[in-house]
Ligand binder design. Structure first.
Ligand code: GLN
Length: 192
């Protein structure tokens, strides 16, 4: 299994480590150019700054090819800025996006006082044990259409959701020692 990790910015190396920890047959590839999307079985879009990431995706000719991957049913997992890139609607913004998931998101949604924080999240889909989630200038999901399954909330706010083979997390599962979220991505993407 070969999973591409978009390597324009963000913690792509940490994502690669997590994915590799999920199985011996798991290979990863850093993606910076359209040709590197060829042959991948899935793609991870890390955090970063979604406006910058969108600009870079256009500059590197990646926006359209990644959108086509998603349209073809190739599994894509976006974290934080990656979640924003996946959304159809970004509140108050016309910034470039893939627009693959039927979700509406709010950027930098936890306010200045709490730019970064950690908390234990209940994510029943990955098991009973709470997941230590790291939020960094995180977005949240304002609303989802019926095709989208909500997997976790922080208070009222939706922070983890899935639509078929597309998965989106407002937090950074690559920054903890817990590979359950990455494993969930791989399992739901390839074992159903
Ligand atoms: N605040 C960033 C944005 O709007 C996302 C932050 C992150 O990816 N850690 O793009």
């Amino acid at each position: 299994m070969l999973i591409g990790v978009l390597a324009l910015q963000g913690a792509f190396r940490e994502h690669e480590k997590m994915l590799r920890a999920c199985g011996e047959d798991m290979e990863t590839r850093q993606v910076r150019l359209p040709g590197q999307l060829e042959g991948i079985d899935g793609l991870v879009i890390p955090g970063g700054e979604s406006t910058t990431m969108g600009k870079l995706m256009i500059e590197f000719g990646l926006l359209e090819p990644i959108r086509e991957l998603g349209d073809r049913g190739v599994p894509i997992f976006g974290t934080c800025a990656g979640l924003i890139m996946l959304a159809k609607d970004i509140a108050g913004s016309e910034q470039p996006r893939l627009g693959l998931m039927d979700i509406s998101v709010e950027r930098n949604a936890f306010g200045r006082q709490v730019e970064s924080f950690e908390d234990d999240l209940d994510i029943p889909a990955i098991g009973e044990e709470p997941f230590r989630a790291v939020f960094i200038r995180a977005p949240y999901i304002l609303s989802v259409e019926s095709s989208v399954q909500v997997l976790a909330r922080f208070g009222e706010k939706i922070v983890f959701a899935r639509q078929g083979r597309l998965l989106a997390a407002a937090f950074h599962p690559e920054l903890t020692g817990d590979a359950r979220v990455h494993r969930y991505f791989l399992e739901t993407a390839f074992c159903n």
